[in-house]
Design a protein around this ligand. Structure first.
Ligand code: SF4
Ligand code: FES
Length: 714
């Protein structure tokens, strides 16, 4: 620790910090443009100049480390003159077009000019003009406004993982540029809009839609991936105008993915279902809620009477909130059906209780990690950044995957194999571990299985390096591994391996509320998707599922759904995918409803509605409550979603999660031709759910990417 003074305030701080970091910690404001706490230091704008006692020239606070006995002044005449001079230089070429600039009202340059600049300019010459670049459908450029802080350049290189923008030219001719005719393709690209301190980079979909002072800001979270990134919705006239990140260091830091940022466009797509509809004489008819609820109740009661309670099946989305899931389970339970599942992309149901295995930010601290079956950048772009940081901190990452999708992270080792071979890869590692120390493996079935496997010397050498010393080690199974036929065995083997080497086992499942839905369903004896698909089902109730595009499981559940005599969808959108249904009830999307979600790192987050539901749509928990009442079920009288949540989570008790459980391993397993050929499809992040698939700018970006790269490399 060292002692220093800033503006006369004596403080004790850790050495190696910079003056700007220390000033931020104690609430002393130093103006800045190029400095950002999450990026490397460029020190090129000089706006943060401060005076240090006994040093004759001003020093940049962002690039000067504190020293013992240092006396720093940020508000003297000396610093004020230095700041005013820098401000004057920065404004020489900046167009004073604030009235037509989308950044107006939230522009760092505008604010800093008022606080630290002078009210007059001495510059009367012509200003330079920079030709704008088209860098894609998400970001609008006005590069004449650029002050060359290079935040955008550093972000894409350091956080996005690839340098898609650069500063070309020198002095008066310096300008930000993309590679020839190329748009910015990073799945985190929208963050450069927030980072740009001026109006050089602004949101294209939001352009000229509203002024910042007209917007009401309300917090929510994202349900497009399993992180639950914290968001701030900016609303005008009960309409989400744009989405920004809300800082949360434990989850998303100060970033969000483009999917989280631009998917709000899908909220207002013309496919939104605004009124209940029922099918009469094979034709859809708009009806009021009462008629729709009567229609639903009569049909369900008829089917229960004729075919029995167990002829009903319920599917709900992995995006369902805890409240929705609790109520749909309660409904199935009271009716007497055990046919209910949410794992609509899985092909194996022999495991439960998997989660990340650690805090999200802990990922940065691992020394050695193996990820099996994951296209990280497409599933959870912000988790990819955590692994990138881990490698930047000196950690080593090995990727075993069925596609050669580039994670934009330097890898220690890459194994490309069919997804059916993931199990063999784990067996090889366990066999190598057995060779190193047979006592480490305790599971009898695993022992029997691996003893039959020949030792592979390459794997042996590599595993020795992996487990060496007291390194912090982890093995993660990605979404595509969890979607294989072998998923249960993969969980068992990866868990056994990490236990033997004192590492951490984690799942990178991309279900937005997978941990929460697992918590609700794990104690119940239920039929899973596969078992349901093999039954004679007479009535289907689907909650927030597009049957054509959301159900990615290869199990033929669609055939079973189509055979059912009566099908109801509680859905926010309506289209030809519901042609075979009989009743559709309009539900509110997540921003129009309250609900709770547990993210992949077991963090519970509850959100409130940020706007009202569109048309006649209602929050799904309310629809389920009313359906329960219409069906005459007990205890469906809830006045708020908080009351429902209390049934799942005791307000005064800590959440207890189920531990990982799997079915036992077949000790006679050998790799069959079928297994060896099993491959996983790659799903782009623009396909992930009903909202995202209707977000125009995201879809436009995808189309442009595919056109630029005919092979469709993502
Ligand atoms: S475009 Fe914006 S973020 Fe990028 S260098 Fe210019 S001012 Fe900085
Ligand atoms: S913020 Fe310090 S030089 Fe730019």
């Amino acid at each position: 620790m060292i002692k220093l003074k800033i503006d006369g305030k004596s403080i004790e701080v850790e050495s190696k910090k910079t003056i700007i970091q220390v000033a931020d910690e104690i609430g002393i404001d130093i103006p800045r443009f190029c400095y950002h706490k999450k990026l490397s230091v460029a020190a090129n704008c000089r706006m943060c100049l401060v005076q240090v006692k006994n040093i004759g020239k001003p020093l940049p606070a962002c690039a000067t480390q504190v020293m013992d006995g240092m006396e720093v002044s940020t508000k003297t005449k000396f610093t004020k003159e230095a700041q005013q001079s820098v401000m004057e230089f920065l404004l020489i070429n900046h167009p004073l077009d604030c009235p037509i600039c989308d950044q107006g009202g939230e522009c760092d340059l505008q604010d800093t000019a008022v606080a630290y600049g002078t009210s007059q300019t001495r510059y009367a010459e012509e200003k330079r003009v920079v030709i704008n670049k088209n860098i894609g459908p998400l970001i609008s450029t006005d590069l004449t406004r650029c002050i060359q802080c290079t935040r955008c350049v550093r972000f894409l290189k350091e956080i996005g993982g690839v340098q898609e923008l650069g500063l070309v030219g020198r002095g008066e001719h310096a300008e930000i540029s993309a590679y020839v005719d190329k748009s910015v393709e990073s799945e985190l690209s929208g963050n450069i809009i927030d980072l740009c301190p001026v109006g050089a980079l602004t949101s294209k979909p939001f352009r000229y839609k509203a002024r910042t002072w007209e917007l009401i800001r309300r917090p929510t979270i994202s349900i497009h991936d399993s992180l639950g990134s914290n968001l701030e919705m900016h609303i005008k006239d009960d309409h989400v105008m744009r989405t920004l990140p809300k800082e949360n260091d434990e989850i998303n830091e100060c970033w969000i993915s483009d999917r989280d940022r631009f998917s709000y466009e899908g909220f207002y797509h013309s496919d939104r279902l605004l009124e209940p509809m029922i099918k009469k004489n094979k034709k859809w008819q708009k009806v009021d809620w009462e008629e729709a609820l009567d229609f639903f109740t009569q049909n369900i009661k008829k089917i229960i009477k004729r075919d029995g309670e167990d002829s009903l099946a319920f599917l709900h989305s992995p995006q369902s909130s805890l409240e929705e899931s609790y109520l749909i389970h309660k409904m199935a339970n009271q009716i007497g059906s055990s046919n209910i599942d949410y794992r609509i992309t899985q092909n194996n149901f022999d495991f439960s209780g998997a989660w990340l295995g650690c805090e999200i930010r802990e990922i940065e601290t691992f020394d050695n990690v193996i990820i099996i079956g994951s296209n990280l950048r497409l599933d959870q772009p912000l988790l990819a950044n955590r692994f990138r940081k881990m490698v930047n901190n000196g950690g080593k990452l090995t990727l075993i995957n069925s596609s050669d999708h580039d994670p934009l992270i330097p890898l220690e080792k890459k194994i490309i194999c069919k997804s059916g071979e993931y199990k063999l890869q784990l067996i090889k590692m366990l066999r190598a571990l057995y060779e190193i120390d047979p006592k480490k493996i305790k599971n009898e079935d695993v022992l029997n299985l691996i003893k039959k496997e020949k030792i592979n010397l390459d794997t042996l050498e590599w595993l020795k390096r992996f487990i060496r010393g007291r390194n912090k080690k982890a093995i993660f199974l990605g979404q595509s591994a969890l979607e294989t036929k072998d998923a249960g065995d993969l969980v068992l083997l990866a868990n056994a391996l990490t236990e033997s080497i004192s590492g951490i086992f984690g799942s990178l499942s991309n279900y937005p509320n997978g941990v929460g839905l697992d918590l609700i369903s794990h104690k119940q004896e239920l039929h899973n998707l596969k078992e349901i698909s093999e039954k004679n089902i007479s009535a289907f109730i689907a909650l927030n599922i597009d049957p054509k595009n959301d159900i990615r499981s290869k199990i033929n559940i669609l055939k079973t759904i189509n055979k059912a005599k009566f099908k109801t969808a509680i859905t926010p959108y309506f289209g030809e995918e519901f042609d075979s249904f009989d009743c559709v009830l309009p539900m509110a999307i997540f921003t129009e409803s309250s609900g709770s979600y547990i993210n992949i790192a077991r963090k519970l987050q509850t959100i409130k509605a940020v706007t009202s539901p569109k048309g006649q749509a209602r929050p799904a928990w309310k629809i389920l409550r009313v359906l329960g009442n219409y069906l005459g079920l007990d205890d469906f009288e809830y006045d708020s979603s908080d009351e429902v949540l209390c049934k799942v989570v005791h307000p005064k008790k800590r959440l207890t999660f189920p531990s990982i459980s799997t079915k036992s391993l077949d000790p006679n397993w050998t790799l069959s031709i079928d297994d060896a050929n099993e491959t996983s499809e790659i799903f782009s992040l623009e396909q992930s759910d009903m909202i995202v698939r209707r977000a125009a700018s995201l879809q436009e970006k995808k189309r442009k990417q595919l056109a630029n790269n005919k092979k469709g490399v993502l």
